[in-house]
Design a protein around this ligand. Structure first.
Ligand SMILES: NC(=O)c1ccc[n+]([C@@H]2O[C@H](COP(=O)([O-])OP(=O)(O)OC[C@H]3O[C@@H](n4cnc5c(N)ncnc54)[C@H](OP(=O)(O)O)[C@@H]3O)[C@@H](O)[C@H]2O)c1
Length: 438
């Protein structure tokens, strides 16, 4: 059994010194956690962990730095200067964005320093370069917190399961979108976004989350480990949750389905498909009950069947837990292997697999409209399994929603049918179509 060193064993050990870049939601939580778990962190790392420097955008602003933070914690605004400090062993990048972090992470790795980051965007976009620099300079890049915050999914797929066998990954990877979809049960889309902002889960500009791009960044990082190569984001089907409404949630209730933003990876003899799409899941599906800002990943493989990992997917403290775990790993000198064998060129579209679809159209309440919709669908071979239009009095000439469940078709086939619809039938809102996964 492993025995952690005692406080007196540790007093002679050289400290592991970090520069904390960013003292926002996550950075502050990391500082707090390093204070409250100081002895345990030192014991697990085998040496004390100290914060030597903190870098923020505006060091003149009044801010709370925990007074008992281990280390000197010199506050400044110059990241390059902090990274280049020869006393620093590692940088912990908790700023976000892509361009400046690319430069900082590259510089730290070139200097042989460890890098710990929660920044999925910089790794999804510049991963090839950064993992290459780390390999070249024998430095390590730790990024557990960048995917599913508190859920140690990267550890599990890197070390906890046999290499190679995962042939299906289904993930709820964006806590903000999951929270918004939950609020849609009672609120409009715009009100649900505001609720997520008020809960500190969505940025002032929520585009990265609601467009599905944040989930795609995380999917690309998971795929890099599972497939051993990088995934060009521009080759993925990436769809978000914009424009969804309580009508769609109600359809789910009526049919025992739950609406989720799903990131998926499927491997079979025809190839590998990857994408991000809102999907209806049967209520019996293991991810259907994932609520609020939780994230969850379902891994399926021949040797172990199905495995679900679930936990807080956003928020300062849940993310800080994974960041601090990575700092401990780095301080212990645990290396982290990141397989790289080129780029995944052949990516198939997960929308190619025929499934039932839900379709909502806002159309003018006029005679003949339903016939035109049915005609467009029939022209592309899309069969209607069920159709309903709420009975609303006095709406003649106004826009009303019609909701359709199709027989199994590919998403591409359905999109071709929707393209045939007259402009005036889809003028006010774009059609909403959602796959119903089995
Ligand atoms: N928030 C979450 O729930 C969560 C979850 C998982 C991963 N992440 C990732 O964690 C990272 C940080 O997110 P966050 O929510 O903590 O961000 P945040 O609250 O916006 O904090 C950003 C911090 O970075 C500092 N900063 C910004 N630009 C800078 C610059 N040019 N030079 C130096 N410092 C700069 C800011 O300084 P000032 O204080 O002076 O403004 C602030 O302290 C992002 O990559 C994010 O994707 C966040």
């Amino acid at each position: 059994m492993q025995r952690y060193p005692s406080r007196s064993d540790l007093s002679d050990m050289e400290s592991y010194r970090i520069a904390l870049l960013g003292l926002g939601t996550v950075g502050r939580a990391v500082a707090e956690l390093l204070c409250t778990t100081r002895d345990e962190c030192a014991a697990r790392a085998g040496r004390p962990i100290e914060v030597s420097r903190i870098v923020v955008r505006d060091p003149s602003r009044d801010r709370e730095v925990p007074p008992d933070l281990p280390g000197e914690a010199i506050l400044g605004g110059d990241a390059i200067e902090a990274i280049s400090d020869p006393e620093i062993d590692a940088i912990v990048e908790l700023v976000g964005g892509t361009e400046a972090p690319l430069e900082w992470i590259r510089l730290a790795l070139e200097q042989g320093k460890d890098v710990i980051t929660a920044n999925k965007a910089v790794l999804a976009v510049h991963g090839d370069e950064l993992f290459g620099v780390a390999d070249h300079h024998g430095s390590s890049l730790y990024y557990e917190a960048s995917v599913a915050a508190a859920v140690p999914i990267l550890q599990v797929i890197q070390q906890g399961i046999p290499a190679g066998p995962v042939d299906r990954l289904t993930g709820i990877l964006n806590g903000t979108c999951n929270f918004i979809l939950g609020r849609l049960e009672e609120l409009s889309f715009d009100e649900s976004v505001k609720a997520a902002q008020a809960a500190g889960l969505a940025e002032a500009d929520p585009t990265l989350d609601i467009s599905g791009m944040d989930s795609a960044h995380k999917l690309a990082l998971l795929a890099r480990i599972l497939l051993g190569c990088s995934v060009p984001l521009e080759n993925l089907r990436i769809e978000g949750i914009e424009g969804l409404s309580p009508h769609d949630i109600e359809f789910g209730w009526e049919h025992d389905l739950s609406l989720k933003l799903i990131a998926m990876l499927r491997r079979n003899s025809h190839g590998t498909s990857l994408g991000v799409m809102p999907c209806f899941l049967p209520n019996s599906h293991p991810l259907a009950s994932v609520r609020d800002e939780d994230n969850a990943v379902l891994l399926e493989a021949e040797p172990f069947g199905a495995l679900v990992l679930q936990g807080k997917g956003a928020g300062g403290m849940p993310t800080a837990g994974s960041v601090v775990a990575d700092i401990i790993r780095a301080a212990r000198g645990e290396s982290i292997a990141t397989p790289r064998s080129g780029v995944l060129e052949q990516i198939t579209d997960p929308g190619d697999l025929p499934v039932r679809h839900y379709l909502r159209l806002e159309v003018p309440d006029r005679p003949g409209v339903l016939a035109r919709v049915a005609g467009a669908l029939a022209a592309e071979g899309v069969g209607i399994a069920a159709l309903d239009q709420p009975e609303i009095l006095d709406t003649v000439g106004e826009q009303v929603p019609i909701r359709i469940m199709t027989h199994p078709v590919s998403t591409t086939q359905l999109d071709a049918a929707l393209a045939l619809l007259d402009e005036d039938l889809r003028s006010i809102t774009r059609p909403i179509r959602i796959r119903i996964e089995e």
